[in-house]
Design a protein. Structure first.
Length: 149
């Protein structure tokens, strides 16, 4: 399977997915690309810019971070080629909860914010050129290493 090419697309559960779609567009600039409703016009599923799925909570195991007291088990990461400073300013002024301020790291600039229901989102910009990691850190690419025969 190491040679297979595929995409991984997260799906995030919201108590109020319609409100989430409006908020994600207004604050993070993630426009609704797909909206599925049932015969009665009720929300079923949506997809926003970048392929992130938006779904409603369900009585089984699908819960919003809001329903879990703000607990998260993942972070959605969105990578920009440019424009991160402007995105950060827009998100901050529009009411995103800033968890980690915009800062520079060896992998490039990034910031982390929460949405209206407490889900974590990291927005980063691709670094220009390679920068060494902090002292004591090791960065490897195991899928590019030579495997023993």
């Amino acid at each position: 399977m190491s040679d297979a090419r595929f995409e991984v697309r997260p799906e995030i559960f919201y108590r109020d997915p319609q409100a989430a779609l409006a908020w994600l567009d207004r604050v993070f600039g993630l426009a609704t690309e797909l909206l599925v409703t049932d015969a009665g016009g009720r929300f079923v599923f949506a997809r926003v810019s970048g392929g992130v799925g938006i779904a409603a909570e369900a009585p089984d195991r699908r819960r919003s971070a809001m329903s879990l007291g703000g607990a998260n088990s993942q972070i959605v990461t969105v990578t920009f080629g440019e424009g991160l400073d402007a995105h950060y300013a827009q998100a901050r002024s529009a009411g995103a909860g800033i968890e980690q301020e915009l800062r520079e790291e060896f992998f490039g600039p990034f910031y982390t914010a929460t949405d209206l229901e407490g889900h974590l989102w990291t927005f980063r910009q691709t670094a220009a050129g390679f920068r060494p990691p902090p002292e004591g850190w090791t960065v490897r690419f195991p899928n590019q290493e030579t495997q023993p025969a």
